[in-house]
Ligand binder design. Structure first.
Ligand code: SF4
Length: 154
């Protein structure tokens, strides 16, 4: 399906709104602490892949472009394509999607319950509607489309 290309002036606003959601999440009182075990990045092992709203995908696409890449890398291990095979680190950690920020592994305290962050989920959903998204989509598909349907700017 051909997806609507987002205008640069709208893109900056959307990027800001999504980053505000991430910042508000980081202010939540929590017993959890990501210690970068990266277990959650190995989708084939966990059987779980994050789903992204369009705003999150646009943020991830911009961060990936900032690494000099214009396409989602391949990851033959079945891990997240954003898990760099050379360094073993997330290529976009500071811009990682909401699911990566809330699905803590057992070592990090366990995942957030949906009810704990439902207000933030609603904000991401509202942004998705605002940019003519089609709801949360599989990480690989959402970011591939975001790379294709937004420019490198602003
Ligand atoms: S986006 Fe980054 S943090 Fe999230 S699963 Fe992929 S490599 Fe891990």
């Amino acid at each position: 399906m051909k997806r609507q290309r987002i205008l640069d002036q709208d893109l900056q606003r959307v990027l800001n709104e999504v980053h505000e959601v991430y910042a508000d999440l980081s202010l939540r009182p929590t017993q959890r602490n990501c210690v970068r075990v990266k277990e959650c990045c190995h989708f084939k092992l966990t059987g779980r892949t994050p789903y992204l709203t369009k705003g999150e995908a646009l943020v991830a696409a911009k961060a990936l472009r900032a690494t000099g890449r214009t396409q989602l890398p391949e990851n033959p291990t079945g891990a997240c394509p954003l898990l760099d095979s050379a360094s073993g680190n997330c290529l976009i950690y500071e811009s990682r999607p909401f699911g990566c920020r809330t699905h803590f592994c057992a070592a990090a305290g366990g995942p957030y319950a949906r009810r704990e962050v439902i207000d933030l989920i609603r904000r991401l959903e509202a942004i998705d509607v605002d940019v003519a998204g089609s709801g949360p989509r599989l990480l690989q598909n959402a970011i591939t489309d975001a790379l294709a349907n937004s420019s490198g700017g602003p």
